[in-house]
Design a protein around this ligand. Structure first.
Ligand code: NAP
Length: 336
């Protein structure tokens, strides 16, 4: 059986995922697309040589009997309405992060999914499928480092566009770490604090950059994350787990070491696409298989919600300069 997928939002990652589904993965076809910018949607259909209909709106695409499952890759602010519409139509939906831009929005999605009575939503937290992060998780789960005590991490992008504002460092950027750490540690957050350093002269006027996010988990594990979205030199993701008897570093992406003209060097990746290429493949192939088998297993609406609760506390901490407590509600039985 071929899973017939409709894509809402044909920007950077919408095209990347459509290309991946069409040219690399198996078991699915892109048969419908939609974007507020219709020309952009049509142009993507031509570029990828898709046999896909361009719909006037995301709602029409979701309602179409031809569409089995929906991929939401539009702007973050629009995710909630499309995910809710897909749940209402009883269709599987893969939603890029964030699931919704507030915890309340994620809560509405969970309530709709619980009312529907079965898991229909997967959230695009692809680091859970990255080989390096899985090695790190194994080293925590098998206790080879002793108990985990601290994590030191960094999320660095070369530059961000003018429309990127300070809270986006949390909702758009740190959201990946917020999901990854709770998955790595199998723990929830208890508090958050945000400290701003001297501002980089490369950061535009609407963003305070860099910043340091300090998190504490319910078991007392301390996490520091540098978020630096105008670091200039590359896309650089760091994560080191400090345990009672040893430390483990997230592996660097593989690259050739070149010795030339008196220097020894390795290429530094410039964008997220290449850094997590394999993880995106595994993530989406899993969604296609699970939707076909009627059993979604990837990151759930609860995971999207938990990251959003922590994210909201971090944004509050950006504004207050104080340590903000994080009160994570009990996970509903539906998501156990
Ligand atoms: P993008 O290039 O700006 O693409 C978003 C597309 O959605 C644009 O074509 C935009 O059209 C369209 N759009 C806006 N409002 C819409 C609406 N109401 N209905 C349908 N389409 C609409 O952004 P992107 O980088 O692809 O990011 C899209 C989402 O993916 C974001 O939530 C982002 O956080 C996430 N993302 C995740 C990762 C990851 O690592 N997992 C990486 C990149 C992005 P216009 O431009 O014409 O307004």
């Amino acid at each position: 059986m071929t899973l017939r997928i409709g894509v809402i939002g044909t920007g950077m990652i919408g095209e990347e995922h459509s290309r991946r589904i069409t040219q690399t993965l198996s078991g699915a076809a892109i048969i419908a697309v939609s974007d507020v910018n219709h020309e952009q949607a049509s142009a993507m259909v031509s570029r990828l040589n898709l046999d896909a209909k361009v719909y006037e709106s995301g709602e029409q695409l979701i309602a179409s009997d031809d569409v089995d499952a929906v991929l939401v890759t539009s702007w973050g602010q629009t995710h909630e309405e499309y995910v809710l519409a897909a749940i209402k139509a009883g269709k599987y939906v893969f939603c890029e992060k964030p699931l919704a831009t507030t915890a309340e929005g994620c809560q509405r999605i969970m309530e709709a999914e619980i009312t529907a009575g079965r898991r229909l939503v997967q959230v695009g937290f692809m680091r859970r499928y990255d080989q390096g992060y899985n090695l790190l998780k194994n080293s925590i789960d098998d206790e080879s480092l002793g108990d985990a005590l601290m994590i030191h991490a960094a999320h660095r992008n070369p530059t961000v566009p003018e429309r990127y504002i300070t809270p986006m460092a949390i909702h758009d950027t740190l959201i990946h770490e917020l999901d990854t750490f709770r998955w790595l540690l199998d723990d929830e957050y208890a508090s958050a604090q945000v400290i701003f350093s001297k501002k980089s002269r490369h950061a535009h006027s609407q963003v305070r950059d860099p910043q340091m996010v300090l998190l504490e988990t319910t078991r007392g594990i301390r996490i520091d994350v540098e978020v630096f979205v105008n670091c200039q030199y590359g896309y650089d993701i760091q994560c080191t787990v400090v345990g009672e008897e040893g430390i483990a570093h997230l592996p660097e992406p593989q690259s050739l070491t070149v010795l030339k003209a008196g220097t020894r060097g390795n290429e530094i990746l410039q964008d997220w696409k290449n850094r997590f290429n394999n993880a995106f493949d595994i993530e989406l192939q899993g969604f296609i298989q699970d939707a076909t088998d009627n059993t979604l297993k990837g990151p759930s609406s609860w995971d999207g919600y938990a990251a959003a609760v922590a994210g909201d506390a971090c944004v509050k901490a950006q504004e207050s300069g104080q340590i903000e407590s994080i009160d994570m509600p009990t996970r509903p039985d539906f998501y156990r």
